[in-house]
Each structure stands twice: as structure tokens, then as C-alpha cells.
Design a protein around this ligand. Sequence first.
Ligand code: IMP
Length: 184
Amino acid sequence: MKIEIEDKEFTCFLEYEQIRKRTRLLAIQMNVDYDNRLPVVIAVLNGSFLFMADLMKEVTIPVEVAFVKLASYHGGESTSGTVKKMIGLEIDLKGRDVIIVEDIVDTGITLSYLLEQVREQEPASVAVCTLLIKPDSLQKEFDEIAYVGFEIGNEFVVGYGLDYKGLGRNLKDIYQAIVVPSET
Ligand code: IMP
């Protein structure tokens, strides 16, 4: 099925049922890995809100959940353009086992900022769970990425939390942009 959002056309790529099944497997792995450890699971808003909800429904061990946002700062003393800062965390992470839940890791720049700021709080361990990863875009390797839903190509995707121009987050399935020849 094709859909249109603003100026782009998308085609269905991952159906909710596939996402749900894969999410269940990730949760089962987490239940084993974090048995008796009481991890803090931190979801990065907005993109991960649906994934986090489905993942947490399948996690059966005791966990604390938290939600953060990334605020972008421009200019200032930084010469490197935009700096992202994690805001909204109300749990002290010192000595805790932390699991960061992301919707998608593309270049990995956002994840680098997050890891840096989580590490400042001296947690006992940090792992990352991402629904999607674009291995061909990734600018560096992350040992922390322990749970991956799906490895995908570089095409832009939307739905199940992910947006295009602020739209499409509420779509149940994930759609991939149809690349028209003139764009290549
Ligand atoms: P990174 O810093 O390049 O890894 O990008 C991370 C952020 O870019 C994600 O959290 C998304 O908000 C956004 N992003 C990257 N690729 C896509 C995509 O295909 N669809 C929607 N958002 C994307």
C-alpha cells in the first residue's frame, strides 16, 4: 500500500505484526540479561514512544522507566554547530544499569551525545536498544548497541513513532520513502 505525506510517497516496509514479533524477542533477551538487576530503561522521545510502550509490555522483570528529550542548541561557544542536550531525566543513574531505547540510529551522532551525557552520571553499565539501524550511514561503531530490531538501508522511513516533517508518527506500520529517479 502506498501513502503520501507532504511531498513524498511511501510504501509499506515493516508491518506492525513483524515489529511486534521482533520486539517480543528483544524483550525476552532483556529479561534474561537483566534478571535480578533492576535496570533503568530510558526512552528517547518523541520517536521511540510506540516502540517503548510495546517493548515494556513484553518485559517481565522489574524495571524503572524514564523518558528524555533531546534539546538542540545552536552557536554559542561551540564551533561545531548544533549540540544536543538530554533533558527531562529525573532518576539518578549513578551505579545503575541503564538501557537506552531509540527508534532509529542513522549516523550515530545523536547516540554519541546521549551516551556522553549518560556516562557523566557514572552508571554501572549502559546498553542501547534500537528498533532500527542504518549500518551504511553509521559513522562509528558502538559497543553499547546490544539490541537491534531491524537493520535497514539508507532509505528514509516513517511511521510507528518516526516522522516526516512532523507527520506520520501515529502510523501503525513502518513505511519507506519511494525514491524517484530524479532524486538520485
Ligand atoms: P543520527 O543522529 O544521524 O543517528 O539520527 C538520529 C535521528 O535522526 C533519529 O532519532 C531520527 O529522529 C532521525 N532520523 C534518521 N533517519 C530517519 C528516518 O529514516 N526516518 C525518520 N527519522 C530519521
